[in-house]
Design a protein around this ligand. Structure first.
Ligand SMILES: C[S@@+](CC[C@H](N)C(=O)[O-])C[C@H]1O[C@@H](n2cnc3c(N)ncnc32)[C@H](O)[C@@H]1O
Length: 397
C-alpha cells in the first residue's frame, strides 16, 4: 500500500539545490518571525536611551508627542535626528516586527493617564532589553506578540502541507511538517533532543534540522528508514545538530544504547505518529502496529512502545501523539481516545487535545462520492479530522 512517487524523488536534488540558494532575510531567528513579516532594524542602545529619556517626562501630552515622533521615524524613516535607525555606529542592533512595534507605540499614544503611558514604555524597554523564556522553549515571553506563527488554538485547519526543502510528502501516511514544527517551537529549546518512535519518511528529523534540535527516529521498515535517512541528510544542517534514523521495533529497541552514544540520558520531546491501526497497512511484518489483529492487540503494542520510550523522556517534558480514529463494521472506533487512555495510565498529564483537519488521502479523493453515499446510507460521518494530543510527563512518576 505504500507509494513512492518516483518523479518527486527525481526532483529532490533540484528542489534541495534551489532551497539552499534562498537567502536568509531576517537577522532574528527564523522561527521567531516568518520571512514575510516586515522587520525594522534599530540601534538598540540608542533606542533604549530614547525610551528611558521619554519616560522621565512628567507631562502626558509631551510624552505622547515624543512617541508620535518616534513612530514617525519608525514608519516613515524620516527625520531620524535621534539616530535610532543609525546602525553603522558601534553597538548592538535589534530587529523588531514593525507592526508589533507600531502597535506598542499606539498603546502609549492612546493611554489615558501618564502612569499607564509610562507603564507601556517601560514594558517596551524591558522587551527590548531582556529575554524571558520558560524552561521548555525559546519563546521570549517579553516579545510574545511577535510569535503569531505559533498556534495556540485547539482547532487546526491547515490547507497546505509545507513542501519546502527536503519535505516531499511522498510517503502515504506521513504527517505534515507543520505538526513537528509547531511541537518543537512550543516544547523544545535549540539543542534539545527529540525522539520519534514511528519516524516513517523522516518528517520530524528534517524539521529538527531546520530548527536546530537533535533528532532520533526509529522505524521498523528498513526501506522506509533508508529513504528517511537520505532525505534527512539532504536537509542543510545549519545548526550542526545530530540526526539519526535507527531501524528497529520501537516496542523493544534499546533506547538507552542509542542515547549512550551521544552521552545523554534523556530527551526533551517525544513524538509518536503510529499507524491508525490497519487504515494503512504499512507492511506484512507482525511487529508492525498496522498488522495488529484487533484493536486490543493494537493498543497492547502501542502501550509497549510508550513503556519502552517513557523512561527516556525528561520529567516535566512533553509527549505529542498524532492519531486518528477508524471506522469498522458499522462502528466508529475511537482509537485516539483509546491511545490517550493508554498514555494516561503511564504517568502523564493530559495537556491538550488538538483537532486537526485531515487532508484527503489519495485513495479517499478518488472515492469521495462513494464515501458520501456510504455515510448517508450508514448513518455516520466521513472522517475529516485527526488528533494531536499533548501529554506532560509527571514529576512524580
Ligand atoms: C503513520 S506512519 C509515520 C509517518 C511519519 N510521521 C512521517 O511523516 O513519515 C507510521 C510508521 O510506523 C512504522 N511502524 C509500525 N510499527 C512499528 C514499530 N513496531 N516500530 C517502529 N516503527 C513502526 C511504519 O512502518 C510507519 O512508517
Amino acid at each position: 500500500m505504500r507509494h513512492i512517487i518516483e518523479k518527486d524523488m527525481k526532483n529532490l536534488s533540484s528542489v534541495v539545490k534551489m532551497n539552499s540558494n534562498i537567502k536568509q532575510l531576517t537577522l532574528e531567528n527564523l522561527e521567531d518571525a516568518p520571512l514575510t513579516y516586515g522587520s525594522i532594524i534599530l540601534n538598540k542602545e540608542r533606542f533604549i536611551q530614547v525610551l528611558v529619556e521619554i519616560n522621565t517626562l512628567q507631562d502626558l501630552s509631551s510624552l505622547k508627542n515624543r512617541i508620535i515622533i518616534l513612530k514617525d521615524i519608525i514608519t516613515n524613516h524620516k527625520n531620524d535626528h535621534q539616530s535610532i535607525l543609525n546602525i553603522d555606529t558601534n553597538g548592538d542592533t535589534i530587529s523588531l516586527r514593525r507592526d508589533v512595534l507600531t502597535s506598542e507605540l499606539n498603546q502609549v499614544i492612546d493611554s489615558q493617564t501618564l502612569e499607564r503611558a509610562k507603564y507601556y514604555i517601560k514594558r517596551l524597554e524591558g522587551g527590548i532589553q531582556k529575554v524571558k523564556t520558560s524552561k521548555i522553549n525559546d519563546i521570549n515571553l517579553l516579545k510574545w506578540k511577535e510569535y503569531d506563527n505559533i498556534i495556540t488554538d485547539s482547532l487546526w485547519v491547515i490547507d497546505k502541507r509545507d513542501t519546502s526543502g527536503a519535505h516531499l510528502g511522498w510517503y502515504w501516511g506521513n504527517f505534515i511538517p507543520q505538526i513537528p514544527h509547531q511541537m518543537m517551537l512550543r516544547y523544545t529549546k535549540k539543542g534539545d533532543w527529540v525522539v520519534d518512535t514511528f519516524v516513517g519518511s523522516g518528517t520530524t528529523l528534517i524539521e529538527c534540522k531546520r530548527l536546530g534540535r537533535n533528532g532520533i527516529g526509529i522505524e521498523l521498515n528498513p526501506n522506509v528508514a533508508q529513504k528517511a535517512k537520505e532525505l534527512t541528510e539532504k536537509e542543510q544542517n545549519k545548526y550542526n545538530v545530530i540526526s539519526e534514523v535507527v531501524i528497529g521495533d520501537s516496542r523493544r529497541i534499546d533506547i538507552k544504547q542509542i542515547l549512550d552514544k551521544y552521552g545523554i540520558k534523556q530527551v526533551q520531546l517525544l513524538i509518536m505518529h503510529p499507524p491508525y491501526h490497519d487504515i494503512i497497512k504499512f507492511s506484512k511484518d507482525e511487529k508492525d502496529l498496522s498488522c495488529a489483529k484487533s484493536t486490543e492487540e493494537f493498543l497492547k503494542m502501542f502501550g509497549d512502545v510508550v513503556n519502552n520510550a517513557t523512561p527516556y523522556l525528561e520529567k516535566g517534558r512533553y509527549f505529542a501523539l498524532v492519531i486518528g480514529d477508524k471506522y469498522s463494521k458499522g462502528v466508529w472506533i475511537p482509537l485516539g481516545f483509546y491511545c490517550m487512555e493508554e498514555i494516561l495510565k503511564r504517568g502523564y498529564l493530559l495537556k491538550s487535545i488538538i483537532v486537526k483537519n485531515f487532508g484527503e488521502t489519495r485513495g479517499k479523493r478518488n472515492q469521495k462520492e462513494l464515501w458520501r453515499y456510504r455515510a448517508l446510507v450508514g448513518g455516520f460521518y466521513v472522517f475529516k479530522h485527526e488528533y494531536i494530543m499533548l501529554f506532560k510527563k509527571k514529576y512524580l512518576s
